[in-house]
Design a protein around this ligand. Structure first.
Ligand code: CUA
Length: 315
């Protein structure tokens, strides 16, 4: 395996790259050898059996059938094809089935960017992975078909609207590898790039533990999240409830809300927490259960920040 780019192949920097390259070289070498043999033989026979003066009188009876030759050129290529099929199928199966201990990463494709989300909720524009560990990507697209391609790893997978597709790899070298979109997806298709950043276990753990909110007050975190998650699309801060939206957040804390099921409750921290994580649990009278749940996509300090931000919206 060559961790650096070669004459006509990119660097081979995953566990799958070696076998893919072996198959590529096998097919390529066979093609070159057969090309030389076939064209060489054709040229040689053209020259050897060229017409010479007096040939008309000495035409021989040509041989039309030789069982030995027929068997040789039927069985030979058949064995070669079976061999190629065997190795290709094995490689394909290996590339489709991720090891059970693979690190899961969610991939979201959209026009024209990649986004990577880790199990702890961390979202990144680069795909950080630890070296020598299997990583499994579960990919979806927000719009059209894209295709995830890392030449250095020899892995490629379409990301198709309306379904999840998966891909796994194990990087073998610390460093950076290029991600391309390799399905024409519109104007900026060629700009739909990202990097795989292969790190040591320690560096990767540091990346996972990165806290974007370090040193910020909860109410600031809440304010930033309110904007980032576009909560304002449905919840105003000026006291007027939005039609086809949700209750205003102004003066919400401490108020008694009535719900669609006839019950009522005082708005406290526990109620806000539940309403952010599982909004359908208690739907305020007169509104529809249209808010998406944030269970699993907000960290504890983020929920706390939003609660503090809502508490700060006093009448
Ligand atoms: Cu996405 Cu091309």
């Amino acid at each position: 395996m060559n961790p650096e780019p070669q004459l006509y192949l990119p660097a081979a920097r995953s566990t799958q790259a070696g076998e893919v390259d072996m198959l590529f070289h096998a097919v390529n070498t066979m093609s070159v050898v057969l090309f030389i043999l076939i064209c060489g033989a054709a040229g040689y026979f053209v020259w050897k059996y060229r017409r010479r003066p007096g040939d008309e009188k000495t035409l021989s009876t040509p041989t039309f059938h030789s069982p030995a030759v027929e068997i040789f050129w039927s069985v030979g290529p058949l064995l070669v094809c079976i061999g190629l099929f065997h190795f290709s199928t094995r490689q394909y199966m290996e590339s489709r089935v991720a090891p059970s201990d693979a690190i899961p990463v969610k991939v979201r494709a959209r026009k024209w960017a990649w986004e990577f989300e880790y199990a702890n909720g961390l979202v990144s524009e680069s795909l950080h992975v630890p070296v020598n560990k299997p990583v499994k990507l579960t990919m979806q697209t927000a719009d059209v078909i894209h295709s995830f391609f890392v030449p250095d790893f020899r892995v490629k997978q379409d990301v198709v609207p309306g379904r999840y597709s998966t891909l796994w790899f194990q990087a073998t070298h610390i460093g950076e590898d290029q991600i391309f979109c390799t399905e024409y997806c519109g104007l900026s298709h060629s700009d739909m790039l990202a990097k795989v950043i292969v790190q040591s276990d320690e560096e990767f753990q540091k990346f996972l533990d990165y806290d974007p909110w370090a040193g910020k007050e909860p109410v600031e975190i809440g304010k930033e999240l309110f904007e980032k998650k576009a909560c304002g699309t449905c919840h105003t801060l000026d006291g007027t409830p939005k039609a086809n939206g949700g209750p205003s957040l102004k003066g919400l804390f401490g108020k008694t809300e009535s719900f669609n099921d006839g019950s009522s409750a005082t708005v406290d921290e526990a109620y806000l927490r539940e309403s952010i994580l599982v909004p359908s649990a208690k739907v305020v009278k007169g509104f529809q259960p249209i808010m998406p749940p944030f269970q699993g996509s907000l960290k504890d300090n983020e929920v706390q920040g939003l609660i503090e931000f809502i508490k700060a919206q006093k009448l």
